[in-house]
Design a protein around this ligand. Sequence first.
Ligand code: IPM
Ligand code: MG
Length: 370
Amino acid sequence: MVSKKLLLLPGDGIGPEAMAEVRKIIAYMNAELESGFELDEGLVGGSAYDAHGLAISEADMAKALASDAVLFGAVGGPKWDSVPYDLRPEAGLLRLRKDMELFANLRPAICYPALADSSSLKKEIVEGLDILIVRELTGGVYFGEPKEIRDLGNGQKRGIDTQVYDTYEIERISGVAFELARTRGNKVTSMEKRNVMKSGVLWNEVVTATHKAKYADVTLEHMLADAGGMQLVRWPKQFDVIVTDNLFGDMLSDIAAMLTGSLGMLPSASLGAPDARTGSRKALYEPVHGSAPDIAGTGAANPIAMIASFAMCLRYSFNMVVEADRLEAAIAGVLDDGIRTADIMSEGKTRVGTTEMGDAILAKFKALAA
Ligand code: IPM
Ligand code: MG
């Protein structure tokens, strides 16, 4: 029996509301499909700070490290704006990524046919879009040292962040991108800023060498990251897999999200290296959207990104490909039926809240299993 220990970290804002819809799906899968998920729960972000004075407690960190997969909601909100920097809600997420060594962040941007009209871009530009951003997640300027505000003693201060990448970090993230490209459109676009950054020069060299050594069957192209942002809104369908560093990946994936109609649609998977003995990877799944404090508690949040993140969990952590396909088909089916949360609402469609959207997806998921 494969163990299926899931740790739920709903977090703040709309995180718990979105997570509640995933819980319903898991309850159904355990009861009717004998999926055997063992659930545990913890606190992260502002809710952890309120309870323990930390963005994540040591006990919850230990649970995360012992789980087969973590499902993460969202963190942050104005309530914690004046919390000390090291204890801010986002620190909980960054610690999970770093301590679980989740270096590969997969952010698929798929435009469901039913939503081609919801994007701020023209329909023909986004219709049928299916790209994957592979973002490096444990290095770069997010974690590089020194990282500080230095007092220069002359009335001036200096803010310092350090962009740093080692060969092995670029090799392993580009390896993930090439492997995934082989299962899709067989093309990788690497994005950096080699025209101004030494880390970009190295990034470009190492991606090129990795390609030559092991993945010459995959088409590789290089693009400066600013041009890449422009091309993403000009003609996004030219891309298949984009591989890029932590900070560029953060920005480019928000752009990609809007191509799909709403930030509320985009799931993500953050994966570690496969264990040498068991082959299993540490993993955390989270929607790309944030905690959306402005709509938290109103029942209006879109749970699709959270549910689609659980579908990625089924696929990547448990190899439950049939169920993952079915859950993704259930989401597409509900959208085809014209059911919409406020963020993706358009004329003539049926507007629903978070729980109705979750119920509709679960009903479709059940019907597809029958
Ligand atoms: C993301 C978020 C995070 C990031 C924040 C919440 C720290 O924007 O996952 O894209 O910057 O990585
Ligand atoms: Mg972001």
